[in-house]
Design a protein around this ligand. Structure first.
Ligand SMILES: Nc1ncnc2c1ncn2[C@@H]1O[C@H](COP(=O)(O)OP(=O)(O)OP(=O)(O)O)[C@@H](O)[C@H]1O
Ligand SMILES: [Mg+2]
Length: 240
């Protein structure tokens, strides 16, 4: 697990610029917006036109998958922006992100903002699911139609980009542990980028941490697959 120190946050408008700068430093640049081979950027045939189409489709998917409160979320934390750039550069095997911190410090905001940044780059494919862990357990309860829960879990396992919000905050049972283990183990094995958020720190000496709550086998996988971004600050909901 890489534990990243806290850098200065950037302004919301700078996030896209910072993402573009990180990608440019890695040789990934968007297509030119000049006329090319007789095609203007706003007509089919020009790469910039097709990129804009991909951006529109990705943002539409992001908007559908994002709750109303986070529709204006922007990733302003450079560590989160770096992660988004990693996913754009290597969508099939980027590391995962674990955003930790107290209630109201902005974890969910940064998570949705990161997914929006990825969408804004116009990836070849943008498939995401966002859920809280409590909602996930609720939707996978084995009480529904035969096979529905397995089908639901398979979707969460295989989706290229997953946001699992509030990990470790739902009531645990043997069943929730098994679901969490199967999901995380699958995504760990397949190196699929996932954003986890949690109120619990990764590990502490007093045991009030993800390792104790989720168990050693899940925590071990999270330790290897995630970059941890601890969010500091006070509860933004009580700021006024
Ligand atoms: N960088 C930001 N700019 C503007 N508003 C923000 C920012 N970060 C968070 N907020 C707002 O602050 C409130 C709390 O943020 P958020 O829900 O992301 O916190 P959280 O850390 O996920 O909390 P919890 O642990 O309770 O889930 C929300 O209304 C959110 O929209
Ligand atoms: Mg949250």
């Amino acid at each position: 697990m890489d534990l990243m120190p806290e850098p200065q946050t950037v302004g919301a408008d700078d996030a896209l610029t910072q993402l573009a700068d990180i990608l440019a430093a890695r040789g990934i640049t968007p297509p030119t917006t000049h006329e090319l081979n007789g095609y203007s950027p706003d007509e089919p045939g020009h790469p910039a036109y097709h990129r804009q189409q991909r951006i529109n489709a990705a943002l539409a998917r992001w908007t559908t998958a994002t709750p109303l409160r986070y529709q204006h979320a922007t990733a302003t934390d450079p560590r989160v922006i770096h992660w988004a750039a990693d996913v754009v550069a290597s969508p099939d095997n980027a590391r995962s992100l674990l955003i930790t911190g107290n209630t109201g410090t902005g974890k969910t905001h940064q998570a949705y903002g990161a997914l929006k940044l990825i969408a804004n780059h116009g990836p070849k494919s943008f498939q995401m699911i966002a859920t809280t862990s409590a909602d996930m357990y609720g939707s996978l309860r084995p009480s529904g139609a035969a096979g529905a829960a397995e089908h639901g879990l398979k979707k969460l396992c295989e989706i290229p980009l997953l946001l699992l919000d509030d990990l470790g905050s739902a009531k645990t049972s043997e069943w929730t542990e098994e679901i969490t283990y199967r999901l995380i183990n699958y995504r760990y094995n397949q190196c699929l980028p996932t954003i986890f958020t949690s109120n619990l720190p990764a590990k502490t000496s007093d045991g009030r941490d993800l390792t104790t709550t989720l168990g050693e086998r899940i925590a071990s996988r999270l330790a290897e697959m995630t970059t941890v971004v601890p969010m500091a600050g006070t509860d933004r909901r009580r700021a006024n």
